[in-house]
Design a protein around this ligand. Structure first.
Ligand code: SF4
Ligand code: SF4
Length: 251
């Protein structure tokens, strides 16, 4: 039988060769995401500060800033389900929220860990995901290498299928496992040695789902808010008015 490149059979288990490419790919995604978030923050500051000062900004409002208000995405989802229309105020927030939820429904929790409400929600959705990290008990050597690297401190070496809401699908455990195919992202009830997602493939699937949802919203024209610049200008000037105090907040 032809053996896969980068693997070697030692004793009764097949040892894996060089580490998969998921680690550099993950670093790239993290750095790109960090850069985008910083740029959104700078752009938003350039937009909101002049408005608060009573001046007209030269920068446009970045729609991606709506991702910082998960509650807006949740309310927009409810509005979409009840009224059947996309929220005109925070469409980008809805797109990002649905992209993250769908991503987590397929490849388990893949976004956010950071006590965040987003993390808690996608963690719950991730429990329904068909693709999860699974351990092949038959080939596991019990070395505990997976548990040692898990940032969520999960006892991976004792679990058959990682369904914890704390798992972020980072795949550090998959990369650390020395036995080829022993720990992998798999659908349930599939012959373990036959079908499993390579770490990089699972990461690509997650990113592709998110980007597809956001792209679909953009193509459909549901990305820019319908709130006019003049209304933002007027509302931001009176942001500290008692009219905007939350009923349950300070008086
Ligand atoms: S993918 Fe593995 S290492 Fe990462 S959080 Fe989940 S169990 Fe832990
Ligand atoms: S690293 Fe792999 S072989 Fe070692 S305990 Fe974890 S699943 Fe088993």
């Amino acid at each position: 039988m032809r053996r896969a490149a980068g693997s070697a059979r030692v004793g009764t288990v097949e040892r894996r060769g060089p580490l998969p490419k998921v680690l550099p790919a993950r670093r790239i995604v993290q750095w790109v995401t960090t850069a985008v978030v910083i740029l959104i923050g700078i752009r938003f500051t350039q937009w909101v500060v002049p408005h608060l000062d009573g001046r007209w900004p030269t920068a446009d409002r970045p729609p991606g800033v709506e991702a910082f208000l998960p509650i807006g995405g949740m309310l927009a989802t409810r509005h979409l389900l009840e009224a059947g229309v996309v929220d005109a105020v925070h469409p980008a927030g809805l797109a990002i929220f649905l992209g993250i939820c769908l991503m987590s429904l397929v490849v388990a929790k893949s976004f956010c860990s950071h006590l965040c409400p987003y993390g808690a929600l996608v963690g719950l959705l991730g429990r329904l995901a068909p693709l999860k990290v699974e351990r092949d008990v038959a080939t596991c050597t019990g070395c505990q290498g997976c548990t040692k690297v898990c940032p969520a401190a999960l006892p991976v070496h004792r679990l058959q299928r990682v369904a914890s809401v704390e798992c972020t699908s980072c795949q550090d455990c998959v990369v650390a496992c020395p036995v080829k195919g022993c720990l992998a992202v798999r659908p349930p009830r599939v012959a373990r040695s036959q079908r499993w997602l390579r770490p990089l493939t699972a990461a690509v699937v997650a990113v592709a789902i998110y980007c597809s949802v956001v792209a679909a919203f953009r193509v459909a024209g549901h990305w820019q808010t319908q709130v006019t610049e003049a209304e933002y200008h007027a509302r931001l000037r009176e942001i500290h008015s008692p009219a905007y105090l939350h009923p349950g907040g300070s008086r």
